[in-house]
Design a protein around this ligand. Structure first.
Ligand SMILES: [Zn+2]
Length: 174
């Protein structure tokens, strides 16, 4: 049995190929909304009420899912996966000019929750497949850069090679 890893075949243009095959990165432009801002509750009369923030959340998640769909593999990836989420938030006018970090709401973990949910069943099969999550929020043009990298289940490194049970991650590397 031969393992003609496409990474070897396309060695001269390795990075480009690997990105297409075992990793995706895409940018979503829009105001990031945190999960948990969805507040569906019942009034005394028993009618369910969803706040306007919830509409923002649904729209944001739909936007992320739409962009993700354009960059998605034919089938959502199974784990192990590494995910990086870089959120950019507008600096409020009230914030000091030299303020470096957006250390206020929305919470970073809840921003991540919403974005992860949005790419589930699109880029990733299930949240449980994510074994590494790196998230950050910063000031900048509102949006998020999403990176999903498939990892080798055996050696743990990015899948730039054909995974085999005895692989050390050194195959096909220079
Ligand atoms: Zn490996």
């Amino acid at each position: 049995m031969t393992h003609a890893a496409p990474a070897d075949v396309h060695d001269s243009n390795r990075d480009t190929y690997i990105v297409a095959r075992d990793a995706v990165r895409f940018e979503v432009r829009g105001l990031p909304v945190a999960q948990g801002s969805l507040r569906a509750f019942r009034t005394r009369g028993g009618y369910p009420v969803i706040t306007s923030t919830a509409k923002g959340l649904a729209a944001w998640r739909r936007l992320v899912a739409d962009v993700a769909q354009r960059h998605a593999p034919p089938e959502p990836w199974d784990g192990p996966l590494a995910v990086e989420l870089s959120f950019r938030l507008p600096k409020p006018k009230s914030a000091a000019k030299r303020k470096r970090w957006p250390d206020k709401r929305p919470d970073l973990d809840k921003l991540a929750r919403a974005a992860l949910d949005a790419i589930t069943h699109v880029v990733i099969r299930d949240d449980s497949h994510v074994v590494r999550l790196l998230a950050g929020k910063d000031y900048g043009p509102p949006g998020v850069v999403v990176t999903v990298v498939r990892l080798c289940p055996w050696c743990g490194l990015p899948r730039e090679h054909t995974p085999t049970r005895d692989c050390t991650g050194l195959e096909g590397r220079r």
